[in-house]
Design a protein around this ligand. Sequence first.
Ligand SMILES: *Cc1c(COP(=O)(O)O)cnc(C)c1O
Length: 530
Amino acid sequence: MSTAFAPLEIPTEPAAAATPFVGAPRKATTHTSQNEGLIFEKSSPGKKAYRLSELDVPAVDAAALLGDAVRENLGVMPEMSEIEIVRHFTRLSTWNYAIDLGMFPLGSCTMKYNGRVNEAVSRLEGIAEAHPYQPESLSQGALGIMKLLQDCLLEITGMDTITLQPAAGAHGEFTGILMVRAYHESKGNARKTVLVPDSAHGTNPATAAVVGYQVKNLKSNAEGAIDLDELRAAVDEDTAALMLTNPSTIGVFESQVHEIAEILHAKGALLYMDGANMNALVGKTRPGDFGADVMHLNLHKTFSTPHGGGGPGSGPVACKALLEPFLPRPTVITKTDGTLGFDHDRPQSVGRVRMFYGNFGMFVRALAYTLANGPDGLRQTTEDAVLNANYIRAKLEGYFDLPYKTRSMHEVVFSDKLQAKNGVKTGDMGKRLIDYGFHAYTVSFPMIVSGAMMIEPTESESREELDYLIDALQQISREAAENPELVKTAPHSTRIRRLDETAAARKPVLRWKAPVAAEPMQVDTAAKEW
Ligand SMILES: *Cc1c(COP(=O)(O)O)cnc(C)c1O
């Protein structure tokens, strides 16, 4: 096999017990960024990152101006010089794993590279500094970007109309199911249940519940797809919608999606499509053509805008004409005088779901991505994403158990069944992958696969990078057989070893607290006189 990894860089024996983080002696290493203390530990009283010149205007009496709002001391604040601050945060930034550093094999979340052209365009002055309170007459360019993106997304999804407002996938689901509810209500009956397959992303049942529906679970068949008989038995006059992810969360295309739509429509129910996996469909097939009534897209997955770290995201909702009256307010329209504007006069709308008009910067990036690729490029992107997933699948089959033999689309789900015999679980191998310089794949999801190892390479990875990942995972499978302890105690090369995951979730320490004796920092007179 490839000798991509220098063996010396990766520990091949388990280290002694994991070092606890707090109070432990710092690791001796040549890399300064491995030794960074807290900013409070670096502080020394009186240090400043600035010097102001002498006041040459009369001093203002801050107390007279601000009354009670004047703060005499700032609590305990770090005091440092500019270079110390810059170095502190620059060092910390190198502790992040990032898409610009290496591959994220995470499945279900499409972590693809965000082309630099998107950033260049989104930072153009007129775009970056446009203000949401600018009048429509001065916002024709920004409105034009939204309108063009909407038209592109409608062409890609095969839908009739769209809103760009929602700020994430889950927020798009919420908006879409609110619209479904408003639609049924307009016919006199909101209905009671939403069907959700057992392979669904957790946000689907959560969405249905938040919008006031009971969630009815649908069991998948042996291919990981919807069982049509099960569906027929489950749909009745109380069914508001089925929330379907296609391709599903195990990376399998629902080949009977037309029949699924027909079964629902026959009972007056709607087909909601979770479009988070559109990276496998763009340019190849359109949900609007295969019977979906409403869907969301994750611009921050399929359309390459940055992803992770809590946003900003964007989850546009596209739908068929029958749901158009219920779209969030306002919508972007072409007015009678030919200019673009917002339509607020929408009496049946579910209302506003986001301040202003969503995360505009994401629209710019998504549009730049779409136009830079063009129709042929987008289709190629989809084909490359599917090819990459199947390449990984072919190279790792035999090393790991493959619970579903159905052809993979853009992601592949293995399980830890072979390694679990030696006590090595999916989470252990995910952590060991960190020692090989990768972010972990998606661990233990989807839940219908016990010990799931879910991998989605996306189109942005070269064959060389895929080979590095494959090589690492093949080696890990060997380690799991020959030296299970090594894998079970990974990671060995990181600054912090295994966390107590229960305590990290239940008793997280998110904030530094001043030792009781610390002197609060006084507001200095220079600051008082501004
Ligand atoms: C990511 C994802 C979501 C949720 O999207 P967010 O933007 O994270 O809220 C919903 N469904 C599926 C299938 C997803 O992969």
